[in-house]
Design a protein around this ligand. Structure first.
Ligand code: N1C
Length: 304
């Protein structure tokens, strides 16, 4: 449950709350609409996140003022670079190059031994990073922080954002959201040094996928001359399914790739901290109930 984030995040559909008496008529209408419009048109319903400028600029000021007060970035300029990259382009035509100026305006580096990469383990990664304070994810960088969970695309006809509909990632290779995450992920991986941690989801097939951002961009971006160890942690939902592990499935391919490029690596199944975090989130899980005593004992030593 904790790990059930193996889908590309989507903007949640609006929740409709109404009296039960109206529910059946309304449901029928919605079903008819779905049938009439077809799934592709419904998908196109999610346009650029409303108030995106205020959100991005606000997050930027928050970041440089409270999160990382040492930084001297110009948030208005950052927004202008972003707007220039996106707003006059057609919605499927923004390449990583278009974000060049944006990334140029916010150079950041991190100390060695701190980078945390992940794939399909988003929720757990957040708790893990919160507990292990000195681990940094892409979402801790200014760009990751500013654009997390947002959607955007431009309109070709008249400059500006399209607040009505944006294409799915899969609809085009130069998707504005994808290109930004791609460039951000590449920059992030390229600066990795020392020990790097990778959190993968053993409860799904292809925990290591060449189609994911980790598998298609970050892995290739890691430099064996700069990275000492790649420490893989395979985490499954405590109640399964138990599909992949360090010795089973796609993770074997990942290890093979690391070996062939000369990386040193470790791989851990069932990392204690990750198991405890899942129990903290879901104490009622039968695994947690059964192992309550031993986990609390371990917890003391893990966090000491
Ligand atoms: O495709 P993924 O996982 O392998 O991407 C995760 C990988 C991490 O190591 C991050 O450094 O790529 C980086 N990254 C993010 O930090 C990030 N935050 C939010 C990539 N994508 C990120 N997102 C959104 O999650 C983004 O909108 C994309 O849709 C997903 C990718 O998550 P995934 O498929 O679980």
């Amino acid at each position: 449950m904790f790990l059930r984030d193996n889908e590309t995040p989507r903007v949640p559909l609006p929740t409709i709350i109404m009296p039960a008496s109206k529910l059946s008529a309304a449901s029928v209408t919605i079903c008819l609409l779905v049938l009439l419009l077809g799934p592709s048109q419904l998908r196109a319903r999610h346009g650029t996140t409303p108030n995106i400028k205020h959100i991005v600029v606000g997050r930027c000021y928050n970041y440089i003022t409270l999160v990382n007060p040492g930084l001297r970035f110009d948030c208005e300029k950052v927004w202008r670079h972003f707007e220039e990259a996106v707003s006059c382009q057609s919605s499927c035509n923004v390449t990583t190059r278009d974000y060049h100026q944006l990334f140029g305006a916010v150079p950041q580096s991190w100390p060695c031994d701190t980078l945390l990469l992940w794939s399909k383990t988003r929720m757990l990664m957040h708790s893990y990073a919160a507990v292990l304070r000195h681990h940094w994810t892409l979402e801790d960088t200014l760009v990751g922080y500013m654009f997390n969970n947002l959607i955007w695309c431009g309109r070709e006809e008249d400059s500006g954002f399209d607040f009505h509909s944006c294409p799915e990632w899969s609809a085009c290779s130069d998707h504005p959201v994808y290109s930004l995450w791609r460039q951000a992920s590449q920059n992030f991986a390229e600066m990795a040094c020392g020990n790097v941690t990778v959190l993968l989801n053993g409860s799904i097939e292809n925990a290591f996928s060449r189609k994911s951002m980790f598998g298609s961009v970050e892995l290739d971006g890691l430099n064996p001359q700069m990275v000492d160890h790649v420490n893989i942690k395979v985490v499954t939902d405590l109640e399964g399914p138990f599909i992949e592990s360090c010795s089973q499935g796609s993770i074997v391919d990942l290890i093979q790739n690391l070996r062939s490029r000369g990386f040193r690596w470790t791989c851990t199944d069932n990392d204690q901290t990750l198991m405890i975090l899942q129990c903290v989130q879901n104490p009622e899980l039968s695994y947690c109930q059964t192992h309550a005593h031993s986990l609390s004992h371990r917890k003391m030593s893990t966090f000491e």
